[in-house]
Ligand binder design. Sequence first.
Ligand code: ADP
Length: 230
Amino acid sequence: MVSIQNLHKQFGALKVLNGLELDIMEKGIIAVLGPNGSGKTTLIKSLLGMVVPDKGEISIAGSNIRKRWNYRQEIDYLPQIANFPGNLKVQELITMIKDLRGKPAREKELIEYFRLQPFLDKKLNKLSGGTQQKVNLVLCFMFDSQLVILDEPTSGLDPVALLQLRNLLQEEKEKGKTILITSHIMNFVEEVADRIVFLLEGKIYFDGTVSEIKSSTGQPDFEHAIAKLL
Ligand code: ADP
């Protein structure tokens, strides 16, 4: 689904991606972890064409992204910070995004899933952070793309919403989707991710399953195992 070769990106003197290589197969949940500033968001933005790499190649679903200007339409993306105008009502925002994308969407099912009906007529700036994030998740998943990229989907979510998100990710994976996430909540990552890639100094420092990380570090607890990777 995704193939990244020798990706380099530098901001001024700061080398953020430094020859990163990554292949992601279809169907599965891959978590990209790493310390703050390790380049997770830069990697995601490179996949989305929002950052232009200095060097390297990226292919998605078999074609080089530089040769397909509209490939971005085939990726569902949840940004770390969604900057929608706060005075828009939830329903207005959903309609606007649907019109902009011009594709069929299954927003009703997702609104029901996250129990957002009571909020449809409310302005975004009147919602709690968790409810806003649920709206963002509806916007992200409603187009049913095969590749989904979620930058910190857990942010602001309470334990019930985390459970809803976990179950949704599992269902979407079962449909055959490829889902890439970043998250700071290690319990969540441990529960959902089929594969973990750990970024350090602009490269993949570790690539494996949760149990491989635990056994390679000798730590039975995932959070401690991740801390030990550093
Ligand atoms: P992460 O998502 O792992 O926290 P980022 O990819 O956001 O890391 O950032 C990696 C580094 O690159 C950080 O030090 C950040 O300040 C820097 N950086 C990211 N984007 C830019 C930019 N547009 N201009 C300058 N520096 C940037």
